[in-house]
Design a protein. Structure first.
Length: 440
């Protein structure tokens, strides 16, 4: 796994020899050893199968669809079980967690092998409380046993939730101690496992969980990713999530990510979905925010629009950019905002968002916006529309001069990549002769 231009698919630097790291898998492993640049991408069952639809057949169908659609080869490699995979009780003799025998007749070790044999990785769910959010057995008091069980099953990713905790969902002394205990238990297994902390369980909608990023016991000291709000279930909660995540940019590092929750597609086949424009805006913003790219939609029934969204190589290149810095909001005027992320080589990715309910409008990168960028005032900058919507008529702009981008209403957006004119504006993976112009 090597760095190739703006696409990065492996460790940013070699980990110390003392670290237990599988170099094939670009995530942070074993007590903080071996940071990586690659953002975790894949699929989570919750917004697709939920609890009632959870099954071995459904999970295998999602995995097969990742391969068939080509998404696996673009980096969507995690297939993560959420709640409701469990039997209702633990094994009476060993006290180990067990999969529901009717839903997962082959067992989870076999399901893990099914994923690995197809070039995928296998994720699982637990809870720091006595029960999961859906009432299955949690890991409280069984941290060492559960971590070793997951390792023995070949698990590559663990999401630990926050329901039915002993002192409520927000007692910070308890939650950091309990999440930290599971982190340490995973590390002691010696198996590389991505650890995702979900403090969203047991929370009211619109809960601000930024302390998971800012507290010295949280952030990269605690996990590979940490939720910063309660669940993203519709546009309003997703908007709340990215507004909370933006100011936490300094707390994100390669291998330690602010998590504003899963991506919602536009398919009505799922319980949770967004309009097409808003789902594409969410995807673009998650790339700006260096957020995990976990698809919470039915992969086998992706609309052509959603498949185009999740397959965009230039937006994915922003998500995986080797500089490894999270973006943030650059400027705001009423319901219009400009978000930016610094990229390797001096480029910037900008997203122009219009959240007005009714009216299209120009979203402007004004003087304050330009001041946050690294381009010398008056210098020429190449501009490329990453969605090639054709709304821009300029291929170059002057740094410091207001850049007005017309954007439709209702959560629509335009995403641009800005490149200093002294370097090539050639898009990732595209020969210069094939680079389309922004002029319609």
């Amino acid at each position: 796994l090597e760095s190739t231009g703006d696409q990065f698919s492996g460790p940013l630097w070699p980990p110390p020899k003392s670290c237990q790291v599988d170099s094939r898998w670009p995530v942070l492993y074993i007590g903080g050893c071996g940071h990586s640049i690659a953002v975790s991408g894949g699929y989570n069952t919750w917004n697709d199968l939920g609890c009632t639809g959870m099954s071995e057949a459904g999970v295998k169908a999602a995995a097969d669809a990742l391969i068939k659609t080509g998404l696996r080869d673009l980096g969507y490699v995690f297939v993560n079980l959420d709640d409701c995979w469990h039997a209702l009780i633990r094994n009476l003799s060993s006290h180990q967690l067990m999969p529901d025998p009717l839903r997962f007749p082959s067992g989870l070790k076999a399901l893990s092998s099914y994923m690995h044999d197809r070039g995928l990785r296998f994720g699982i769910y637990t809870d720091r409380g006595a029960r999961t959010c859906a009432g299955r057995p949690g890991s409280l008091g069984h941290e060492e046993l559960d971590a070793q069980t997951f390792a023995d099953w070949g698990v590559d990713y663990v999401k630990e939730d926050n329901c039915f905790s002993t002192k409520g969902p927000n007692d910070q002394e308890t939650l950091f101690a309990q999440f930290g205990k599971f982190r340490d238990s995973l590390n002691r297994t010696g198996r590389p496992i991505f650890f995702s902390v979900c403090g969203g369980g047991g929370q009211l909608p619109f809960s601000n969980l930024s302390y998971y990023a800012t507290d010295s016991r949280g952030g990269e000291a605690l996990a590979n990713s940490w939720r910063v709000t309660s669940d993203c279930t519709d546009w309003h909660t997703c908007k709340f999530a990215f507004e909370i995540a933006g100011p936490l940019a300094s707390n994100a590092v390669p291998g330690g990510l602010n998590d504003p929750d899963m991506l919602l597609g536009s398919s009505l086949a799922c319980a949770r979905w967004l309009s097409p424009d808003r789902s594409r805006t969410q995807f673009s913003l998650w790339a700006i925010l260096m957020a995990p790219m976990l698809l919470g939609t039915r992969i086998s029934q992706l609309t052509p629009f959603d498949l185009e969204t999740y397959s965009n190589p230039e937006v994915l290149a922003v998500s995986q950019d080797r500089l490894g810095k999270q973006g943030f909001c650059l400027s705001r005027a009423d319901s219009r905002s400009v978000w930016g992320r610094p990229l390797a080589g001096g480029d910037w990715a900008l997203l122009f968002l219009n959240d007005d309910w009714f009216f299209a409008a120009d979203v402007v990168c004004d003087a304050a916006c330009w001041d946050a960028l690294a381009f010398p005032s008056g210098s020429l900058v190449f501009v490329r529309d990453l969605w090639q919507t054709g709304k821009l008529t300029q291929s170059q702009v002057t740094a410091g001069v207001g850049l007005a981008v017309p954007v439709d209403a209702w959560g629509a957006s335009i995403m641009l990549r800005l490149t200093p004119v002294t370097t090539s504006p050639t898009p990732v993976g595209m020969p210069r002769a094939e680079m389309p112009t922004l002029v319609v």
